[in-house]
Design a protein around this ligand. Structure first.
Ligand SMILES: Cc1cc2nc3c(=O)[nH]c(=O)nc-3n(C[C@H](O)[C@H](O)[C@H](O)COP(=O)(O)OP(=O)(O)OC[C@H]3O[C@@H](n4cnc5c(N)ncnc54)[C@H](O)[C@@H]3O)c2cc1C
Length: 399
């Protein structure tokens, strides 16, 4: 029996486990173990809805035991590190677990870029717990600036959601160091999103980096001080820390460098996946830290392990992004194959993507839901049909 240890039960870790179970009839050949410090899986792309009181925590979190049942061994433990040479992992409970394959899927954490006070005085926004904490803080706030540090997707989603809450005395300000928000996103989509921000009276400060964060104010690069403020940090991420023996190659932002098979250099049984991995893209850049990338990369790793065990060759991962969707609270704006979508259609797509993702995990990588993650044309067409049928059924049942 081959022991496969997956470190982290976020988007990539769980998706990898589900897709290893695709060959369900042969599951006794593998012992799949998942390690996570939390006993639940959180839909990070929806945590802003919890802060804004639009969704309850239980609507966006799932018990790992319920999702994976007895098909995997789940260890609710903090992982400290991996010894690649001894082929084991070690945890904060002073335990060691041996592996034949290891998949590092520990995600990312806040990067503060050495900005004074950022870590101490700003509210973190990278987990469901952070979102609940923020929601509690907001309940007691009056006549205050809410400074969202960073104009990336996380910051903009949060600003949109908070603008939907009934408090009119909260002034939402997004501060971005670069010349525009959402760097790398399609300019037409960015323009639509900026129109939404203006409609919601959300202020945007660009080209002005945060210099220092204080308990209730923020100093900007041009010398402006934003007083009476609650600051929320969404300005940057880095790969999670993990000890490795021996040391392995990482980027400056602490991401583990992998090849096109997501393998760590020097090993043919050790993978890194999702936000913690730096996967090489054809344009010379590294992979985006997005759930939609993480799950496809995870599926490729699972298939490759199964291929290798059958004596077949592993296949390199190629990624194509078909669209982007930004949830802005009760609103939603996105772009699919170059076409801007908003309103109910965008919301239906967002809901479908989330339902489909959970179904694929529950179905162990099989069935029509899994076709959404395949790159070939036939799968894409089948998946679009699935979307239309599912959505039509949903609309009919709600009428
Ligand atoms: C607020 C927010 C909104 C987002 N919105 C979108 C979106 O709309 N679309 C999109 O595509 N992407 C979005 N993303 C990005 C997306 O969530 C990440 O790219 C994705 O979570 C990466 O998956 P992962 O498996 O690498 O890491 P994660 O999903 O973060 O999972 C990592 C897991 O490892 C566990 N862990 C970490 N360290 C340890 C340890 N030492 N021991 C044990 N367990 C550990 C954590 O508890 C966690 O469960 C968003 C991110 C955030 C924070």
């Amino acid at each position: 029996m081959k022991k496969i240890c997956i470190l982290g039960s976020g988007y990539s870790g769980l998706f990898c486990a589900a897709n290893l179970l695709v060959d369900y009839e042969n599951r006794e050949k593998y012992e799949i173990s998942i390690f996570d410090q939390k006993p639940y899986h959180q839909l990070l792309q929806q945590i802003h809805l919890v802060s804004a009181n639009i969704k309850k925590p239980r609507e966006i979190s799932f018990s790992i035991y319920d999702l994976m049942k007895d098909d995997v061994k789940f260890y609710n433990e903090l992982v400290l590190g991996v010894n690649f040479d001894k082929q084991n992992i070690f945890t904060a409970n002073n335990k060691e677990y041996s592996f034949d394959y290891v998949i590092i899927a520990l995600g990312s954490s806040n990067a503060f870029f050495g900005i004074k006070g950022a870590k101490e005085y700003s509210q973190s926004f990278r987990s469901l717990d952070d979102a609940i904490q923020l929601q509690k803080k907001l309940q007691n706030l009056k006549d205050c600036n809410i400074i969202i540090c960073g104009g990336g997707a996380t910051g903009i989603s949060l600003a949109g959601a908070l603008s939907e809450t009934s408090k009119e005395n909260l002034n939402i300000i997004i501060v971005e160091a670069q010349s525009d928000i959402l760097p790398g996103w399609n300019p037409k989509l960015v323009d639509e999103i900026k129109k939404f921000l203006r409609r919601k009276k959300i202020n945007l400060i660009t080209n002005n980096p945060i210099k220092e964060v204080y308990p209730s104010s923020v100093l900007l690069g041009d010398g402006t001080t934003l007083k009476n403020s609650l600051s929320i940090w969404t300005a940057g991420v880095k790969g999670r820390d993990i000890q490795t023996i021996p040391l392995i190659k990482k980027t400056r932002s602490n991401r583990i460098i992998v090849n096109k098979l997501s393998l760590i250099e020097g090993y043919n049984n050790a993978f890194a996946v999702g936000d913690i991995s730096a996967f090489p893209l054809p344009n010379g850049q590294t992979s985006p830290q997005l759930a939609q990338f993480a799950v496809r990369q995870a599926m490729n790793i699972a298939k490759n392990i199964l291929r290798k065990e059958k004596g077949e060759k592993m296949v390199e991962f190629h990624y194509e992004q078909h669209g982007s969707i930004l949830s802005l609270g009760k609103s939603c704006i996105g772009m699919i194959n170059g076409i801007i979508i908003s309103g109910s259609l965008c919301q239906y797509v967002e809901d479908f993507l989330i339902d489909n993702y959970i179904k694929t995990i529950k179905n162990r990588g099989r069935g029509i839901s899994s076709l959404a993650y395949e790159q070939d044309k036939l799968s894409q067409i089948s998946s679009s049909l699935n979307f239309m049928i599912t959505t039509a059924a949903k609309i009919l049942s709600s009428n």
